[in-house]
Design a protein around this ligand. Structure first.
Ligand SMILES: [Zn+2]
Length: 108
C-alpha cells in the first residue's frame, strides 16, 4: 500500500514586523481550498499550538500561523471577542490561497 505524505508548509506571522508585508511571490495558487479556523483564547495558546505543531519554540511575537497545503489549510488565530484582528485572519487566508507569500519574513 502506497502511503501518501501530504505536502504541508507552515506560515508563522509576527506582530513585530510591519503588517504591510510585501507580496513577494506565490508558493502555489489554490483557488478552491478547505479552510479550518482554530480559535485560541490567548496569544500564549496560539504560541503553544505552534510549538505543538512544529516541535520548536514559538517566537514571543507570533500572533497567528497557518498549516498550509494546496488542498487544505488550518488557520490558528485568537478569538475575535478577545482581540478582533481581521487583518490577521485575512493575512492567514492569503497563505491558504498562495502558500508562503512572504518567504523573507518566515520563521527563522
Ligand atoms: Zn504570513
Amino acid at each position: 500500500m502506497k502511503r501518501l505524505i501530504p505536502l504541508l508548509f507552515l506560515a508563522g506571522c509576527y506582530s513585530e514586523l510591519p503588517h504591510n508585508y510585501e507580496f513577494e511571490k506565490r508558493q502555489y495558487t489554490s483557488n478552491e481550498i478547505k479552510v479550518t479556523l482554530v480559535e485560541h483564547n490567548s496569544y500564549a495558546e496560539v504560541r503553544k499550538a505552534y510549538t505543538d505543531y512544529t516541535k520548536k519554540p514559538a517566537p514571543r511575537t507570533l500572533i497567528a500561523f497557518s498549516e498550509i497545503n494546496p488542498k487544505f489549510c488550518i488557520v490558528h488565530t485568537i478569538k475575535p471577542e478577545i482581540d478582533f484582528q481581521p487583518k490577521y485572519v485575512g493575512h492567514e487566508i492569503a497563505h491558504c490561497f498562495y502558500g508562503q507569500w512572504h518567504p523573507s519574513s518566515e520563521a527563522k
